[in-house]
Structure formats: C-alpha cells, structure tokens
Design a protein around this ligand. Structure first.
Ligand code: AKG
Length: 287
C-alpha cells in the first residue's frame, strides 16, 4: 500500500502521512457514531462507561455540561462499534501497518481524541512506547483523521527523527507523569512538525516519536482515531493502560508463540491512578 518513498519517509523521520486512505463512507459512519456518543454525554457530569480495567470509557473535559458537551476521549471505540472495527481490523489501515510491521500484525488498543471548538484539552509531548512497554520496537501508532486537521484546530505535532533518539524519561519525582520534562517540552514545541491533513488521511507514527498538540483554537472540530498496533511477535511487558476486548487480536497474518526481544533497557511505567490519560499528564477532570 505504501510507496517505496513513503516507507523511506517512515524510516527516516518516524512518521508518514498517507492521503485519502479511508473512504468517505467509512469516515462518515465513524463520525455519525461519534456524534451519537457526544449527544449521550450530555446526560453525564463525570467520566462514565465501564471498561475491562475499571477506567471510564468516556472522558470529559472540565466545563462539560448538557448545553456544552466536552467529551475529550473515548477509549477503545472498537469495543462498542462496528464502524470502528470496519476501519481498524481490515482494509487499507491494516495494509499500511503490514508495510511497516511485516505480515503478522496484532492489535493492542485504540482511542478517539476529540477537540471540539471551545475545548482546551491539549496533549503534552510524550512517546507512546513508555506507556505500554513491549519486548521490541515493531510498534506503530496509526492515526485516522476524521476531520481536516490544521494548526488552528490542534493538529498532532511530531518531532521528526526522534524515534532514533534515546528514550526520554516519563517520570517526575518518582511519579509516572506520562510526558517528558519541561526542557524537552520546550525543545519539542520549537522543533515539531505540524501534521496537517484531510479527513480520510492516515498517518503511521513510530512508537518512539516524540509528539503532542495544542488545544483547538478554531471553530472546527478535530476528531482523531489513534490505534497502537505491533508485530505479532512483539509482546507487551505489562497489562495495557487502556485494555480492549480485542487486545491481542491478530488483524493480519498469523500469531507467534515466539516473543522477539530487542537488546537494551526500557523505563517501566506503572498504571497511573487517574481515570484519564489527560489526568495522568496533570490536566483537570470535571470533579
Ligand atoms: O490528540 C492528539 O493530537 C495526540 C494524542 C496523543 O498523542 C495521545 O493521546 O497519546
């Protein structure tokens, strides 16, 4: 699915945008489902929805109300929606993952990050691997754009080439804070590429890329589906932070009873106490 040039871009800069990979119909089906969840969120005043490890499925931003819903994340929409399974478990997204991970690909978890106009949630710079440590690095974060994504509506920002750098600590004062320190945050802000794209585009991002994003300062929604996929012989060294009913599902090729290890060291995280990824990074919840 990827051209030779796109594969090289992925290897060199750690990420690549593939235009118009997902059909308009499939994007519309996911957007419609999401609109239903936003409507439903009007009846809640705190995070809600059961998941496998007791954390909430639906995560609200402070200031959320019936009149102004501020649903900022949905954990593992594939657990509750065929429209999301149709995009992540078959078709072009899987073909693209095969091109960077090899023929045997395993699903780990996914989430929807939602920045509606007027919401302030941001994402502080971090790498994905330190949240969900694995035996090797054949691990990609697949992003599906449900909206056109621009600097103004809080596009993802990625530090090109950072997948080749040493691991950054995601701890502060012995607490797992899920982000790099202030000095590194400033470096990332100064150097990150703003990943702008159109609804239907996908991006493949190496799990070690430093990335983050500002809040939405525009009048347009920015809805982004984010999915962690690994090679089948890449095994998690811990229970996922956000487990899905489908964690471990083989979505291409076949499973492996061999776990492949890379050499070196990794910093182990722990399961953060906050109900929310954003809470773990130090942002407030509505209660
Ligand atoms: O929503 C975004 O722009 C980035 C999200 C992200 O990096 C994450 O949720 O891990």
């Amino acid at each position: 699915m990827l051209t030779a040039a796109q594969k090289q871009t992925y290897l060199d800069q750690g990420f690549v945008l593939i235009p118009q990979a997902i059909s308009a119909n499939k994007i519309a089906a996911m957007a419609e489902e999401l609109q239903g969840w936003i409507e439903e969120s009007r009846d809640h005043n705190k995070n809600y929805g059961a998941t496998r490890n007791g954390k909430s499925r639906f995560d609200l931003e402070p200031g959320h109300s019936k009149q102004h819903p501020k649903l900022r994340r949905i954990n593992n929409p594939v657990d509750i929606s065929q429209a999301y399974r149709d995009v992540l478990f078959e078709g072009p997204a899987v073909e693209a993952a095969v091109d960077v991970l090899g023929p045997n690909v395993k699903f780990h978890h996914c989430k929807l990050n939602i920045k509606l106009p007027g919401m302030v949630t941001r994402v502080d710079y971090h790498q994905d691997h330190p949240f969900d440590v694995h035996t090797n690095d054949d691990h990609v974060t697949l992003l599906v754009l449900l909206d056109d994504m621009t600097e103004a509506n809080g596009c993802l920002r990625i530090v090109a080439g950072s997948h080749l750098w040493p691991q950054y600590s995601h701890y502060k004062d012995d607490q797992f804070v899920g982000k790099v320190n202030e000095e590194a945050q400033a470096m990332c802000e100064a150097t990150a590429t703003k990943l702008e794209g159109k609804a239907g585009d996908i991006c493949l991002m190496n799990t070690w890329c430093l990335h983050g994003g500002t809040s939405n300062l525009s009048q347009n929604s920015r809805r982004l589906l984010i999915c962690d996929l690994t090679a089948a012989d890449n095994y998690p060294l811990m229970e996922p932070q956000v487990p899905s009913e489908h964690t471990g599902k083989i979505i291409a090729g076949k499973s492996s009873r061999i776990a492949r290890f890379r050499s070196g060291e990794v910093e182990m995280p722990y399961h953060y106490e906050s109900d929310s990824f954003f809470g773990a990074q130090g942002q407030d919840s509505p209660y």
